[in-house]
Write a protein that binds this ligand. Structure first.
Ligand code: PSV
Ligand code: MN
Ligand code: MN
Length: 425
């Protein structure tokens, strides 16, 4: 199924009058506050969020998986699904591939399928947390950190291979998430594991093309439950600093112990010009991979507030924006549309924060006013602004409603069948 501009226009039609009334009312209020609505719209249009190739099918837990129908069974079908999202929201113009889950076979066909739906290739992700079918050495006790040199070399070679694959597709970054760790005290030496990881990453780093970045993702626990080698932003930052100017820290919102102040981590990393990218999701307990903004939308806004300030005040390069979510109950495409909308909304809220007034309140230690300034922005209903930015880009005023009205899932089920399953976790 392909969504055309005629589809979008016809599904926008019945919403146009209400939307323009809501948007005009909001725009007038924002202009009265001294904000430039045109400029806000342009910034929102520029924000594009990569979709992970592993999030297009129904996820699951170790207790079960309840697949929906019409899932993309091939990489080309996954790209086509992202094309559907992008046609609806004009905000998801790239795919982030996980290798070998989505190893390309016919490069020409894949590049063609992507350009047909105006999709590019974002960061490529390596996978040394699972053994592959033809692998004679095992990652059971670690990969880049493993005590055994031959196993480390296998994992290094895999990462180099992922870079070569990404180069053929036009990717510009390698994301390394290392599961390596231990489940019991004494299982391995913390110091040796970290040193092995650093040396392994160095070898991979040397293989990076000049215009590439290496994004080092951290996570406190899981799949191992006593220690993880790259457990937190500090360890990732330390490695990125030692590796060199092409290495950065990647923040996955779900990879923190409860109540961690993620916005402060973002501010610190930006100050050091080492914030490389995001994996957006939301969570209540652990790495829950829920829809972005579904549990802690205020935190998401505070993160974007630090980003907006950081863009102005630091030389941190523009980070890679990606979703890393899993959809156990909802239609994955609907869930992704909700996530992208939540990200854009948080960005919009952050863009209208009166930073001058906030600085003044901070300087005069007016704690109440500082809080009021942030909450005023957060509590302004900016949905009409986000909708208008998408509409002006040629997308749907309400992507979720258009998705349903255009019967996308029903059509995909007809085309691919009820039992079609996506690869991934
Ligand atoms: C690990 O929990 C993670 O967040 C990493 O980004 C992986 O590559 C991804 O999930 C996919 O399972
Ligand atoms: Mn992640
Ligand atoms: Mn995760």
């Amino acid at each position: 199924m392909k969504i055309t501009s005629e589809h979008i226009q016809s599904s926008n039609k019945p919403r146009e009058i209400t939307h323009s009334r809501e948007f005009n009312f909001l725009a007038e209020n924002l202009e009265k506050k001294g904000l430039n609505v045109e400029a806000l719209i342009q910034k929102l249009q520029t924000l594009q969020i990569a979709i992970p190739s592993w999030a297009l099918g129904t996820g699951g837990t170790r207790f079960g998986r309840f697949s929906g129908g019409g899932e993309p069974a091939t990489l080309i079908q996954k790209i086509q699904d992202i094309g559907i999202l992008h046609a609806l929201n004009r905000s998801s113009d790239s795919v982030s591939l996980h290798i070998p889950w989505d190893i390309p076979q016919d490069y020409d066909a894949i590049l063609q399928a992507a350009s047909d739906v105006e999709i590019g290739f974002d960061a490529v992700n390596s996978n040394t947390f699972q053994d592959q079918a033809d692998q004679n050495l095992s990652y059971k006790f670690g990969s880049l950190a493993n005590h055994d040199k031959a196993i480390r070399e296998l994992a290094i070679e895999h990462n180099k291979e992922v870079i070569r694959i990404g180069e053929k597709l036009g990717s510009k970054a390698l994301t390394v998430w290392l599961a390596d760790g231990s489940s019991f005290p004494g299982q391995h030496s913390f110091r040796k594991a970290l040193q092995n990881t650093y040396v392994s990453l160095q070898e991979i780093y040397q293989e990076l093309p000049p215009d590439w970045k290496m994004l080092v993702e951290y996570k406190p626990y899981e799949p191992y439950f006593y220690s993880t080698v790259i457990q937190d932003w500090g360890t990732s930052f330390l490695l990125a600093n030692k590796l060199g100017e092409k290495a950065f820290t990647l923040v996955d919102l779900g990879h923190h112990l409860p109540n961690t102040n993620i916005e402060q981590i973002v501010a610190t990393l930006m100050t050091e010009e080492k914030l490389g990218g995001f994996h957006f999701n939301d969570s209540k307990y652990g790495d829950d991979d829920l829809t972005v903004g579904s549990i802690k939308p205020y935190q998401l806004f505070l993160i974007f507030n630090e980003l907006v300030v950081g863009f102005e005040e630091t030389a941190n390069p523009s980070p890679a924006w990606m979703i890393d979510a899993s959809h156990n109950l909802k239609d994955p495409l609907e869930d992704l549309l909700q996530s992208v909308e939540a990200i854009k909304l948080a960005y919009a809220q952050a863009l209208i924060v009166d930073q001058n007034a906030l600085h003044a309140a901070q300087a005069s230690h007016d704690v109440t006013l500082a809080q009021e300034i942030l909450q005023d922005a957060y509590r302004t209903d900016l949905r009409p602004l986000v909708r208008e930015s998408i509409r002006q880009s040629g997308g749907a005023i309400s992507p979720i409603h258009s998705y349903r009205e255009l019967k996308v899932r029903e059509t995909l089920i007809k085309e691919r069948g009820k039992d079609s399953k996506a690869s991934g976790l």
